[in-house]
Design a protein around this ligand. Sequence first.
Ligand code: NOJ
Length: 573
Amino acid sequence: MSQRVIDKPGWDVTYQIYPSSFNEGRDREPTGVGSISGITEKLHYLEELGVDAIWISPFFASPMKDGGYDIADATEVDPVFGTNADADKLIQQAHEIGIKVIIDFIPNHTSDQHAWFQESMLSRDNPKSDWYIWSDGIIDKDGNRQPPNNWASVFSISQIEARAQGKIPDLTDDDLTPPKSAWTWCKNRQQYYLHSFADFQPDLNWDNPEVRQALKDVMRHWLDRGVDGFRVDAVNYIGKNPDRLNEARNTAYRDGKDNPYDQWRRFNSSGYMLKLLPYMKELTDVLEEPLYKDRDLKIIFEAYMEPQDLKLIDHINPQLASSFNFGRLDLLTAPALIQKLHLDAYYASLPKGAKANQVTGNHDKPRIADVLGAEASRAMMLFNMMLPGQTFLYNGEELGLTGHKSIPPNRIKDPNGLRDASRTPMPWDDTRPNAGFSDADESQLYLPVNPEDLSKSVRSQVSDPKSDLSLTKKAIQLKKQIGATNYHPLSVSDTEGGASHGVIAYGVSGRTKALTVKNFSGEVRRVRIDSLHSLGNLAISSHQAEGLTEKDEVSLQDIILQPHQALVFTDLQ
Ligand code: NOJ
């Protein structure tokens, strides 16, 4: 089986920048928060790394209560990050060196400070009264007003702690921890409004064509300023059942361990396909309008959904838009499932002309080096990078950064748990104050520098050929050289002919061919590739020490892998 996965090369490596903690430009009095000009200053670094595109997390006008995913005006750069002119300059300079720029587009909700919501909440009959989702609620058997249904807020993790502290009244030991309701009472309108996330992030009413028009105008605004596409936030939430039916129990939910929000299976409050698919199509259609259709643009959808749903999304407009292949984020330590679901089934499910993608981290997830350990995460990066399609790197992954383990409680910014750990400043230069991220006083920094990051700074890695940074660069170069368009699953046995016990191999072909083999186990493995009886040249090894040396010629019938190691072979004979 071989699956052709991409039609034309390009967009191979997309690098996510979390602007608050990336770099503060030296063109202003230091504030301790990263800026757009700070990104422009680092374009050369990104060029050297070899990235094709950057995706910048939100930098729009915002009260910044959810890292900018609470937008007050999506057409303006927040002064914290600079000006619209700074954004124009960044886009222009990135384009001059061949780097594309995609930005976050947040269609499901705004900040409650957005002018649209401020107007909508004024009365039940103002021009924007129907721009958000309002409800009178219901009266329960005791005569009390209640939200209209059981829809829950994603941001319910704090309920676990609240329960432990006895802060949720009237719970018996047998009761599940209640999630936070997705409905909040608005005194002004004497109605509830819906918010799938925090109460300061009201959901827009996608069933209102004026709302859809206004959101598409935001996309056009940024396309006109030159961006090359969008990462579309939480897109599954724009499709809701207009009948507002209750969600049913999720029997796999583990109380006390999982986010209480996950105790419902979600078919009505989000991912309601009858609405979702046409609405998503409308978004991709913007990129095909006459003004834009000759540009090389892309959309990447953020939707934590089941593979069968993602498959439908990937078919909407394969040339332009795809969904993040997130599955592996939850399966990082389960190789058999990675191979079956997120390689073989994933590549086989992609429509013609679609772009596959690989992702192992982002600003919402624990850092991969913490999840897997240092060596295994280097190997995972290499394993991902060689796959055909678009590899996403979250800023700092190329340095092997870990999460900050002890951010003082008074400096926490995240409204939903522990995500700040992965959002601390980039360590550029460990010999400079604040690791070179900003010249501000330490107490002003967006988040404190992670002390564990100092030894991993860019300065300390850049000229070390064995560093994570050098490995990442090398892997990117090889990816581009190969220009893989096809994925070939391969079967592996141990050299005695038995099961391979956690070793996965795949081949790719494009301009040239390559073979990647990865040991997902913590023990040495000696394996053979069942269908390849030839030799290969070792092009890259994820491990620095023991084992094979690069450029060695190796029989593909006898490959020795150190624990967690990944090896890439080229010049297959
Ligand atoms: C997904 C974003 O990645 C996350 O950071 C944010 O909190 C939610 N969407 C709400 O916008």
